[in-house]
Design a protein around this ligand. Structure first.
Ligand code: ZN
Ligand code: ZN
Length: 413
């Protein structure tokens, strides 16, 4: 097998970690895997480990960015806008049955460069509607799901343009394994320890119950965001409707909560480029008033940013506030990954679009109107963008106006 000189036992340990700690497959459960066909060897390990964990059936959905690119470029508009029932049901059906969803990322960060964003948006809107049951259950953490990554050639070349292909792949494998805590120690135990740390930070911020957070740094961020009343800080493991504990992202270094999507004032300046729908947006800034983006700029990818913001009403508002120390292990790799799963875990970030209902008290059981009433945002988008720098300062403001600095020079005080 081609693991570029990485010990196969380590790669298998990673596959087992994704299956057992990631979605925590239970005996008799159905498992849906999305894996890039380019790295079928890893997909095969996942299938094997999922069956070993007791999966009733493993459904592999090989995906291929070449195929997707041709589809976005050439499929008829009718095809883009109409999701066949069988396709939608193949997601909704298994979600209703409580299946576990594993998604393997790591494709070319610029796979869809040059594709008309409107065509992608059309398809996304249609998918969102047709797969509503699936997405709802996922966003509310009713079903276990996880996103992890494997290196792929174009991604590796983007991250390490100076290295020959095989070396770039090896280097990226090493960083991914390190980021998911696979090394000399038992990775499962390492994840438990890490989870305890993240949960302690959540408890601290939940006790403060701030009304607002103020962000400031030297690249131009000066921004205040309201937090939803009754917001809950979450991080690390989550509990699915069936009671099983799972990790939605591997790696994960963030703790996050629900902003009040009606309260945001000032300017956020990006700290890292953003890869959105296979296009890069660089050096951008967003200015908010009354919770909404009212002005924006980008040195590169302006049209992509524009199409993101104009997707729907909720795309101009925030759905997630996340804190990640600048000293996090991924940040310390001093590597720009051009992949949100990694970059978001290297830097404080926000998300434009859909909120996580679980990040407000009683949110999972709320209707869309009830969520809206507490400041929850709704959109077909949920796009993280990074704002954390080495000099970022975050001050928490309570309802009575008292202030506490929680973050200084990019790290917990
Ligand atoms: Zn996040
Ligand atoms: Zn997010």
């Amino acid at each position: 097998m081609s693991f570029y000189g990485i010990e196969e036992a380590k790669i298998r340990e990673y596959a087992r970690l994704v299956v057992c700690t990631g979605v925590n497959v239970q005996p008799g459960q159905e498992v849906i895997i999305r894996c890039p066909v380019e790295y079928y060897e890893f997909g095969h390990l996942l299938i094997e480990e999922a069956y070993k964990a007791g999966a009733a059936e493993v459904l592999m959905r090989w995906n291929d960015t070449f195929d997707s690119r041709q589809y976005y470029l050439y499929a008829s508009e009718e095809a883009l806008c109409n999701v066949p029932e069988w396709k939608a049901e193949s997601y909704n059906y298994y979600s209703r049955r409580g299946a576990a969803y594993i998604s393997i990322a790591g494709g070319d960060p610029e796979a869809f460069k040059g594709v008309d964003p409107k065509r992608m948006q059309m398809n996304e809107a249609a998918m969102d509607k047709a797969l509503e049951t699936h997405y709802k259950l996922m966003m509310a953490s009713e079903i276990p799901w996880t996103v992890a990554a494997v290196p792929q050639k174009k991604w590796a070349a983007k991250v390490f343009p100076e290295l020959p292909e095989a070396e770039a792949m090896k280097r990226l494998w090493e960083l991914i394994l390190k980021a998911v805590r696979i090394g000399d120690n038992d990775a499962v135990k390492e994840w438990e320890k890490h989870d305890t740390f993240l949960k302690s930070k959540c408890r601290m911020l939940n006790d403060y119950a701030f009304e607002k957070l103020h962000y400031k740094n030297s690249i131009g961020t000066d921004f205040t965001v309201g937090l939803a009343k009754g917001h809950i800080w979450e991080g690390g493991s989550e509990t699915a409707g069936t009671g099983t504990v799972f990790e939605a992202n591997m790696p994960t270094e963030e703790i996050f909560t629900m902003p009040d999507s009606r309260v945001a004032e000032g300017t956020l300046v990006s700290a890292l480029p953003l890869s959105y729908r296979g296009n890069l947006i660089r050096n951008f800034s967003l200015t908010f008033h009354e919770g909404q983006v009212v002005d924006y700029s980008a040195q590169e990818g302006y049209e992509t940013l524009k199409s993101l913001l104009e997707t729907d009403e909720g795309s101009k508002r925030l759905g997630e506030v996340a804190i990640v120390p600048y000293t996090s292990p991924i940040s310390q790799m001093k590597t720009l990954f051009y992949n949100t799963l990694f970059d978001e875990n290297a830097s404080c970030h926000f998300a434009l679009g859909e909120c996580y209902p679980t990040t407000v008290a009683g949110g999972a059981a709320m209707s869309e109107e009830e969520l809206k009433a507490v400041g929850g945002n709704s959109s077909i988008n949920h796009v993280d963008f990074m704002v954390g720098t080495a000099d970022l300062c975050i001050t928490g403001i309570r309802e009575d106006g008292t202030e506490t600095v929680i973050f200084e020079n990019g790290d917990w005080v």
